[in-house]
Design a binder for this molecule. Structure first.
Ligand code: 5FU
Length: 260
């Protein structure tokens, strides 16, 4: 069976990595494939947004370096909200350096990302050393990584053989790499997660190169697994209701895809 018609629970059973198994299980139980991209710049706003939208999401994605008032309390509170609402935390750090450098960027500095983020991501551009470096820090803590195989922005260079080689790099590191940032299904391995940013309820673009597709296009037609939504939720008048709309649109597209 291809991953387009397997249920989340069936895919959970096929995962060797505990985090991907947990994510598929949350998706099944909460009926959601929505990832909130919580790109606000104050920690108070971040925590309020996450508490309001938490029931509708399976994962919260952060850019912790855009917070103007980062401190340890923020990640403690975020971790508590993750337990309260049952979601995973994904720091969208986009590591892109040699293994030795990413070891320090991941474990140390101001943010100590490996202490609190379940999942991080990396560009494949440095070669497999970036994954090995992250794995050295993250694997003992039960963490996991996504590789950026495609991007949503116009004119990006992650296409063609670069994308294919990134998939290969993931396959060779399946114990730690659990999937991809991508804009379409790029692997038929049902244990890999496909996560797609650039999602709004209507297709379009912003003024700085971001390109938007709809949940039904992303999940239904392009065969991705999760939608990542930022401004479509946190800039809405009622973010909780907007999150609910994306939850319904994304989950409906999944149910429809399986029935086809
Ligand atoms: F890897 C990528 C990518 O290719 N496109 C993205 O948009 C990551 N992103 C992130 O998803 C980006 O950094 C934002 O955090 C988020 C999209 O936010 P939006 O407000 O829904 O456009």
């Amino acid at each position: 069976k291809s991953n387009n018609i397997l249920k989340y629970s069936e895919r959970a059973a096929l995962c060797s990595n505990g985090l991907s198994r947990r994510l598929f299980t949350i998706m099944e139980q909460k009926k959601t494939n929505l990832v909130l991209s919580a790109d606000v710049t104050s920690s108070k706003e971040l925590l309020q947004l996450v508490d309001k939208t938490g029931p509708h999401v399976c994962m919260v994605k952060t850019h912790v370096d855009i917070l103007e008032d980062f401190n340890q309390d923020v990640v403690d509170s975020l971790t508590k909200l993750a337990a309260k609402h049952d979601f995973l935390i994904f720091e969208d750090r986009k590591f892109a350096d040699i293994g030795n450098t990413v070891v320090h960027q991941y474990s140390g500095g101001l943010y100590r990302i490996s202490e609190w983020a379940d999942v991080v991501n990396a560009h494949a551009i440095p070669g497999p050393g970036v994954v090995q470096g992250l794995k050295k820090v993250g694997a003992p803590k039960g963490r996991a990584c996504l590789l950026i195989a495609e991007m949503s922005s116009s004119g990006n260079l992650a296409t063609g053989s670069y994308t294919q080689d990134t998939v290969k790099m993931a396959e060779e590191n399946k114990d730690f790499v659990i999937g991809f940032i991508c804009v379409s299904k790029i692997s038929s391995n049902p244990s890999f997660l496909h996560m797609t940013p650039g999602v709004q309820l209507e297709a379009g673009q912003d003024s700085l190169g971001q390109q938007y597709l709809t949940p039904s296009e992303v999940i239904g037609k392009r065969g991705s697994d999760l939608i990542i939504v930022g401004r479509g939720i946190y800039q809405a008048q009622d973010p909780a209701n907007a999150a609910k709309q994306f939850q319904i649109a994304g989950y409906d597209a999944y149910v429809t895809r399986m029935a086809e």
